[in-house]
Write a protein that binds this ligand. Structure first.
Ligand code: HEC
Length: 163
């Protein structure tokens, strides 16, 4: 379990806004942000994919074809990085689309449904302090929540998964 979650921690990082950009892949992560996740679509579209290097190479080339600004010399590294992060060895969030509507739905989907579906969340009855504790525990597991969306996420959890 902990091995799997450690792996997941590294999968979650690139979804971040990007706090994990200190590692060896920092350069390519920043380039990916500049060319991909801050331009036409957010990171969740990438995180939903489960492709190998060949698949990611096709995706990268397709995006370049559509105008993504990725230098030829960076494309291979980016494809390899994406294949490491978003491949089919990670658990599939079984009901990622089944999250309730709300202001922080996208944060919940991106930050909370990478490791498990909504089931454990739907089981919890907690007040605000209780949800804060759950969220902190998930952060310790490796969840990343953009700091400026944390309050929204707590509100969302409180509203949708009642006390
Ligand atoms: C990095 C993987 C990971 C992410 C991301 C993650 N979780 Fe979890 N979650 C776990 C693991 C592992 C457990 C089981 C261990 C535990 O309960 O601490 C768990 C358990 C839970 C539980 C059950 C806790 C209990 O007391 O029974 C809830 C509720 C929960 N997660 C909610 C969330 C929410 C909300 C988010 C988003 C903020 C989130 N999770 C993101 C890994 C993750």
């Amino acid at each position: 379990m902990s091995k799997v979650n450690l792996a997941i921690f590294f999968l979650i990082c690139p979804l971040a806004d990007i706090a994990c950009a200190q590692g060896p892949a920092a350069g390519i992560v920043q380039k990916m942000e500049a060319a991909c996740t801050r331009v036409c679509h957010g990171p969740s579209l990438i995180a939903q994919q489960r492709l190998d290097v060949a698949g990611w190479t096709r995706e990268v080339n397709k995006m370049v074809g559509w105008g993504a600004d990725i230098a030829g010399s960076d494309r291979e590294e980016l494809s390899r990085y994406l294949a490491e992060m978003f491949n089919n060895t990670r658990p599939r969030p079984s009901s990622a689309q089944a999250a309730p509507e709300g202001k922080a739905k996208n944060v919940f989907q991106t930050s909370c449904l990478g490791c498990h579906d909504v089931t454990p969340t739907a089981r919890i009855k907690a007040d605000r302090a209780g949800w804060m504790r759950v969220v902190e525990r998930m952060v310790n597991w490796g969840a990343y929540i953009p700091p400026e969306r944390k309050e929204d996420l707590i509100d969302y959890l409180l509203t949708n998964f009642a006390q």
